[in-house]
Ligand binder design. Structure first.
Ligand code: BJW
Ligand code: ZN
Length: 255
């Protein structure tokens, strides 16, 4: 799946960044957006994931989010999430950037995943009274702000909205400073997130993609592995551990 040259180059890196997308959670039973069986197969994103759609019909939009929140509440992290959480111990500087809003990276043990598109569990007051919190239970749809009575909205980033500035800054810094950049389970169609691997490529970094389907990035990266995230990451961990143990033995022998 991965050539020994790629494994050795990756194992030699100190600074590694990863961008994940919906494909990483597909093996936890969470629908992707694009492609067969994805959310946008049956539903129009412009009627659900835009500020205009919410202004027009907040109940309709909230019902879709609440159904997704229930789906995510039942889901568990998969081996792909777990391997990525373990990579924090393998590389001295490891940055996990996600477009996912399901918090499964947190559940798997990742300490500080950068959430570019927010979280399904956060709610925010439309009147800007400062209400911005983690809320798992919602009584009525659409929910109202407990402080000022205005509408609450999902704490995610819709089309046409800017990304959280701190998260974006941190993600860009990681893409620019890393030695290797992994792009896993994303169609790489949604900007500005899709610009991160492009920035790494422009700077000559080692960029690896894991995706069962071809994406606009596939032909540009150093290696594009056509596999599901879970199996590819399982194999990647195995290969990296083998190289690390050989390197450790060699270092031990040299002393
Ligand atoms: C597997 C697998 C397995 C399956 N293992 N893999 C430049 C050009 C054109 C347009 C734009 C542009 N710049 C900006 C835009 C507009 C827009 C955009 O990018 N549109 C494109 C679609 C054309 N971007 C925006 O509007 C962004 N904001 C912005 O640019 O603001 C600018 C601005 C400036 C100044 C002021 C104000 C604004 C915001 C984007 C927000 C995206 N939001 C969503 C919804 C989030 C909330 C929610 O969840 O409801 O985020 S859309 C949706 O797409 C969601 C995802 O995070 C995002 C990315 O999707 P992802 O993760 O890649 O999933 P899929 O489904 O696309 O792909 C899954 C992949 O997994 C596939 O490739 C499968 O093959 C693979 N797979 N099984 C591994 N087992
Ligand atoms: Zn309020």
């Amino acid at each position: 799946m991965f050539s020994s040259d790629v494994i050795q180059r990756l194992a030699d890196c100190q600074k590694v960044a990863v961008l994940t997308g919906a494909g990483v959670s597909a093996e936890s039973g969470i629908s992707t957006f694009r492609g067969v069986g994805g959310q946008w197969d049956k539903l129009d994103p412009m009627k659900l994931a835009t500020p205009e759609a919410f202004a027009k019909d907040p109940k309709f939009v909230w019902e879709w989010y609440e159904a997704r929140r229930r789906q995510v509440a039942e889901a568990k992290p998969n081996i792909g999430h777990e391997v990525l959480a373990g990579m924090e111990n393998f590389f001295s500087q490891f940055t996990l950037i996600t477009q996912n809003v399901d918090r499964l990276h947190h559940q798997a043990g990742s300490h500080h995943p950068i959430e570019l598109h927010g979280s399904l569990w956060m709610v925010r007051c439309m009147a800007g009274c400062g209400e911005w919190e983690d809320r798992h239970e919602l009584v009525d749809l659409p929910p109202k702000c407990p402080h000022c009575g205005a509408l609450l909205r999902p704490g995610v980033v819709w089309f046409g909205e800017g990304l959280p500035p701190e998260a974006w800054e941190e993600a860009e810094k990681a893409a620019v400073e890393c030695e290797a950049f992994l792009v896993i389970g994303t169609s790489a169609l949604v900007y500005p997130a899709a610009a991160l691997p492009e920035q790494a490529l422009k700077r000559g970094k080692l960029v690896l993609e894991i995706n069962p389907e071809e994406t606009p990035l596939s032909s540009k990266v150093g290696l594009s592995v056509r596999a599901k995230a879970g199996e590819a990451l399982f194999s990647l961990r195995d290969e990296l551990e083998k190289v690390a143990s050989v390197d450790n033995k060699q270092k031990g022998g040299a002393q």
